[in-house]
Design a protein around this ligand. Sequence first.
Ligand code: NAD
Ligand code: MG
Length: 385
Amino acid sequence: MTDRPAGVTLLGATGSIGRSTLRVVARHPDRFRIVALTAARRAESLDELARDVEPDFVVLAHGRPEEFDPEWTGEWRYGSDELAAAAAGVEAGIVVNALVGFAGLKSTLSALQSGRRLALANKESLVAGGELVLEAWRSGGGELVPVDSEHSAIHQCLVGRPTEEVSKLVLTASGGPFRSLPADQFQFIRPEDALAHPTWSMGDKITVDSATLANKALEVIEAHLLFGVPYDRIDVVVHPPSIVHSFVEFRDGSTIAQMGHPSMEIPILYALAAPERLPNEFRSFDPIADGPLEFEPVREVEFPMFGLGVAAGRAGGTQPAVYNAANEVAVRAFLDHELSFGGIAAVVETVLTEMDPRPVGSLADVEAADLEARARARETARCVS
Ligand code: NAD
Ligand code: MG
């Protein structure tokens, strides 16, 4: 037990993971203290959170001081450069990266380079940054603890055992709202249908990614990078109740799973306190009441975003960043009613085919691939409906 609560810098405080993190921290004031809160544009929400939590400072990444008159009189910082600076701040023992998309990459690198514990929800930064993130983790001496429920499960099942002992990682997927939708109905999917997730309540981008299964492809890449297991030893199985969060199959024939009700507060608490287990008020898994636990295969033909993403991961270099960027643009266009549900995969496939994988030597290489993929995706989305 430490005497002083650990400082927590919370990037993306106004989002779904951000708010869950605030609830978790509020239950353990003796262990954690919020040092900084950040938001993209929602100054009023950030102001309200700051009044409640009293951090050392807040960052509004995409807003200017003259646009808003805050009630909270503490320190306000402005601009996206302040996010990565906050991730390296001296009081930040733990950085929770709950930003969404590629915008979180610099903060992920900054937290790891400065030796912090990074509780990582922002999987896109790991997927796009790939080796760069792993290098920052190695050289900075920080810790990377996943918040994503599947990776938290694997982390807990592995408990530090080496990769050679693992024969397979099996990630579970809820299957999303269109798990059993007949193929001929996909053309009628509207944004509001995709946003109605059956088991998890999350931000819009990841909810659409869960509906296309792009989220599961991002998670396969995330698992490969985090745990150093080759792609042909990572499987995905659909598990609609979202109780079993993932499995690790060991070479001796034992399979270990982690289970719990679908609440992100459990993996968030674990990422903050690991390997310690702090008290939590959640009801645990009840084998009689919560069974039976069903599993089924992924419908790869109906959900092409899954195979495209895993192929991009296998191709390596800049391809995962290209897949991620094209997906971010296509999802935005879908949510804005400018692209059909099926159009998301069409756009991403076109951009991946147009751009050859390039090696990644620096952040500039990834940023260039991200920018080019976005431009191509916007152009393609205009032609595809
Ligand atoms: P969200 O959209 O609800 O929240 C995103 C947060 O990031 C907000 O605070 C927003 O202000 C901020 N933000 C967004 N774009 C930004 C930008 N360009 N610059 C600065 N700040 C920006 O998203 P979420 O659902 O909380 O997801 C956050 C991350 O966690 C994503 O990477 C997602 O894949 C991952 N994740 C989420 C869940 C979940 O249950 N929500 C589960 C697993 C993983
Ligand atoms: Mg997940």
